[in-house]
Design a binder for this molecule. Structure first.
Ligand code: GLU
Length: 447
């Protein structure tokens, strides 16, 4: 089996040089899915995974805009349309200086499996730009979003490809993007998700990724007769996912010890309570400030510059910042400090070596494609409401979100439970996500 996996990976490596993040995501999937394919005749010998690692379409385009000082800026925009076997392409847009083809292909590849797991009919895609929103004025953000959409609009549509937010793309950016799409197409449709409530958005969509991640962690803990209640929780990040993960941990009776951003992390031994979290939301979403300011406002907290929070002793860790933020030595520290559950809110925050450490220690570990799927699932619910031209209540959407997270958890157990009873959620998520997409591809023939 090792030879089959090595041959496959070396082929993919050759075809995608200089794409380390994409190769990392493919490696993690190949190691669990190829052994499954080999054992199942309907998938064997059909190069199905080889077809899945090749994007159906890669779009790259120039984005020119004028900054506040009158200078012309040039950025690169992308949309990776990865797989549309089970529905239109669906996935977020990321605006961050690190964005390149490798990052977006890894995200689009993960999205295919994640969207398949949600039980909803959505294919996978991802897009974005190397544009850096940090320090930009509202006017600059608007001009960039308008310029970006002036090309993207011709490649997307409510039944073709439905983008949403990701890092650097929140409610403000979705508004500007939607405005330009509507103007160019002269159509008011659900072409983007994460919209404002008065123009087609869904209740719970802002909360969904963070809430969903904590619902998933709770489900994992329940398999051990345990719960979030009373747990010490370390969270990385302080954006949309981290904020609402923290909110749900507090609602379920856990204690939140840390939050972070690219400048470092804050450690509040007394716990980040609801009032302090409200301050963080204002700081990050309205003032667009840095997390270090928390320690000025609450002097009982420490700000540790330039570091990640994995050295803080905890029961549960929720990596909610970005890819590869948790490496092998961080994983070892977490395990040594008694952490029993790691649930990923970000996409691929743990390196493959870190995952091996968690698996070896047999602690609960959920990969983002399962545990952070609540965001895109609720985007799917937003699409349904748009199609119905109707809005569901907060309670109705939250209930559906909880049901979906439970279904994903069940699927992971179905395909990931080993003979000794330990659940490999990575294997479970990869195979469950694969089966649905592969069956659809087989039914549709070689296209
Ligand atoms: N960017 C989010 C993700 O990684 C959400 C995508 C969406 O709602 O389409 O799943």
């Amino acid at each position: 089996m090792k030879q089959t996996i090595d041959e496959f990976l070396s082929h993919v490596r050759q075809r995608n040089p200089n794409e380390p993040e994409f190769l990392q995501a493919v490696e993690e999937v190949a190691e669990t899915v190829l052994p499954y394919i080999v054992k199942h005749d309907i998938y064997y010998g059909k190069n199905i995974l080889l077809r899945m690692v090749e994007p159906e379409r890669v779009i790259s385009f120039r984005v020119c805009w004028v900054d506040d000082s009158g200078e012309i800026q040039v950025n690169r925009g992308y949309r990776i349309q990865m797989n549309s076997a089970i529905g239109p392409y669906k996935g977020g847009l990321r605006f961050h200086p690190t964005v390149n083809q490798s990052i977006l292909k890894f995200l689009a590849f993960e999205q295919v499996f994640k969207n398949s797991l949600t039980t909803l009919p959505m294919g996978g895609g991802k897009g974005g730009s190397d544009f850096d929103p940090k320090g930009k004025s509202d006017g600059e953000i608007m001009r960039f979003c308008h310029a970006f959409m002036s090309e993207l609009f011709r490649h997307i549509g409510p039944s073709t490809d439905i983008p949403a937010g990701d890092i650097g793309v929140g409610a403000r950016e979705i508004g500007f993007l939607f405005g330009m799409y509507k103007k160019l197409k002269n159509e008011f449709t659900g072409v983007l998700t994460g919209k404002g409530l008065s123009w087609g958005g869904s209740l719970i969509r802002p909360e969904a990724t963070g809430y969903g991640n904590v619902y998933f962690a709770q489900k994992m803990l329940e398999t051990k007769g345990d719960a979030i209640e009373g747990k010490q929780v370390v969270i990385s990040g302080s954006g949309n996912v981290a904020q609402y993960a923290a909110e749900k941990v507090l609602q379920l009776g856990g204690k939140v010890l840390t939050l972070s951003d690219s400048s470092g992390y804050i450690y509040d031994e007394k716990g980040i309570d609801a009032e302090k979290l409200k301050y963080v939301m204002h700081l990050k979403n309205v003032e667009r400030g840095r997390i270090g300011e928390y320690a000025n406002k609450y002097p009982e907290a420490k700000f540790i510059k330039g570091e990640t929070p994995w050295g803080i002793k905890c029961d549960v860790a929720l990596p909610c910042a970005t890819q590869n933020e948790l490496g092998e030595s961080d994983a070892k520290t977490l395990v040594e400090n008694g952490c029993i559950c790691v649930s990923e809110g970000a996409n691929m925050p743990s390196t493959n070596k870190a995952i091996l450490v968690f698996h070896k220690a047999k602690i609960l570990f959920a990969p983002g494609k399962a545990s952070n799927a609540g965001g895109v699932a609720t985007s799917g619910l937003e699409m349904t409401q748009n199609a119905l031209r109707f809005n569901w209540t907060r309670e109705a959407v939250d209930e559906k979100l909880q049901e979906i997270m439970e279904d994903i958890h069940d699927e992971c157990i179905k395909y990931g439970k080993g003979e000794d009873g330990y659940v490999d959620y990575v294997k479970g998520a990869n195979i469950a996500g694969f089966v649905k997409v592969a069956d659809a591809m087989l039914a549709q023939g070689i296209v």
